[in-house]
Design a protein around this ligand. Structure first.
Ligand code: SAM
Ligand code: DTB
Ligand code: SF4
Length: 354
């Protein structure tokens, strides 16, 4: 059962979210045990392959060019750097590596060629590869799939009404289009949201109901607590309480019994007890490693200590789907590049103009 038909409407889902907390957790824990091995936690390691300088104005994001957050921007990492990161992540028990780029959208240029190579190399290591690169069209999604991409992360972040209050440079419906393009290419979808941005409970539920209306809801639903970064418009937001996080996770677990519910950003300020309650409420995944994209995350050793206390174990890769086959990449981009006139004595080279 991908979506629980009982909670397809906003009214029903709201009742569920607002119900007595311990009843909600109890029910979520039961659903979790019916559909999953509740001892297993899927660990994903995040790496920012291109950091900062993003033209979008997402009010929560330290990587937007519109806000001065003192971030150390960097251009594309090399394929070797990313493969090295993936090897470490695999040794530490991660079953998935997720590569993030501070892009509005994927462009058919040499940076994308590089991402395709990264996907192929990491997939061949026998670990799930995810990417979060902004908007992408169907051809780009197919190219990533052919390279061996397992999942694509593209969050709706909140309900449609609240969306325009935090982002003005793109539309909610454009997010839906990219999710659809990933689907058409046969890529597993990771899509969720952030709580604590000043949205109402209706906005949170609005997002979940949008996923519930999809023919195929996301296989993975990250629930992030806002990391309020100085310099962003949301820098002074009051932190979300554990109870709100638990309610959101439990509601998502009951609505989407088969999906991975990911306890995502915000764990550095959560106690072990609070995280334990989130696992009990049906969270089945975390981001592992001391950094998310640009902000801190619990150290690997801290997580292992928590897993030991709670009797949790890392989930192995490809338990929910087959490993994709990495096909040779035939689309090496030459558009968006132009030849520059060589100075005497130099051989011609190409520069990117995107
Ligand atoms: N640029 C791409 C995009 O927006 O889809 C990919 C990277 S973007 C940083 C990925 C996701 O990180 C966002 O959709 C948002 O949900 C999450 N995120 C960004 N900043 C955050 C913050 N300060 N706190 C919590 N989550 C955040
Ligand atoms: C998701 O839902 N959360 C992750 C991942 N998908 C890409 C990102 C969280 C980013 C938190 C802020 C930062 O570290 O820059
Ligand atoms: Fe850019 Fe993504 Fe950050 Fe928005 S969330 S500013 S699109 S990197």
């Amino acid at each position: 059962m991908k979506v629980n038909p009982e909670f397809r409407t906003e009214e029903k889902a709201l009742d569920l979210y607002n119900g007595p907390l311990l009843e909600l957790v109890f029910r979520a824990a039961a659903v979790h045990r019916e559909f999953h091995n509740a001892r297993e936690v899927q660990m994903s390691s995040l790496i920012s392959i291109k950091t900062g300088g993003c033209p979008e104005d997402c009010g929560y994001c330290p990587q937007s060019i519109k806000y001065d957050t003192g971030l150390n921007n960097h251009g594309m990492l090399s394929v070797e750097e990313v493969v090295e990161f993936a090897k470490n992540a695999q040794c530490n028990g991660s079953s998935r590596v997720c590569m993030g780029a501070a892009w509005r959208e994927v462009r058919d240029n040499r940076d994308f060629d590089k991402v395709v190579r990264m996907v192929s190399e990491i997939n061949k290591m026998g670990i799930e590869v995810c990417a979060t690169l902004g908007m992408m069209n169907e051809d780009q999604a197919k190219r990533l799939k052919n390279a061996g991409l397992y999942a694509y992360n593209h969050n709706l972040d909140s309900g449609k009404e609240f969306y325009s209050e935090i982002i003005s440079t793109r539309e909610f419906d454009q997010r839906l289009d990219t999710i659809e393009n990933a689907r058409k290419a046969g890529i597993s979808v990771c899509s969720g949201g952030i709580i604590g941005m000043g949205e109402s409970v209706n906005d949170r539920i609005g997002m979940l109901v949008t996923y519930a209306a999809m023919e195929n809801p996301p296989e993975s639903i990250p629930i992030n607590a806002l990391v309020a970064v100085e310099g962003t418009p949301l820098e002074n937001q009051k932190p979300v309480s554990t109870w709100e996080m638990v309610r959101m996770i439990a509601t998502a677990r009951i609505m989407f019994p088969e999906s991975i519910i990911r306890l995502s950003a915000g764990r550095t300020v959560m106690s072990q007890e609070a995280q334990a309650l989130c696992f009990l409420a049906g969270a089945s995944s975390v981001f592992a490693g001391d950094k998310l994209l640009t902000t801190p995350n619990p150290e690997y050793n801290e997580d292992m200590e928590l897993f030991e206390i709670l009797g949790l174990i890392p989930k192995l890769p490809f338990q929910d789907g087959d490993q994709p086959v990495s096909l040779p990449d035939e689309t090496i981009t030459s558009s968006n590049t132009k030849r520059i006139r060589p100075k005497s004595g130099f051989s011609p080279r190409k520069i990117s103009v995107d």
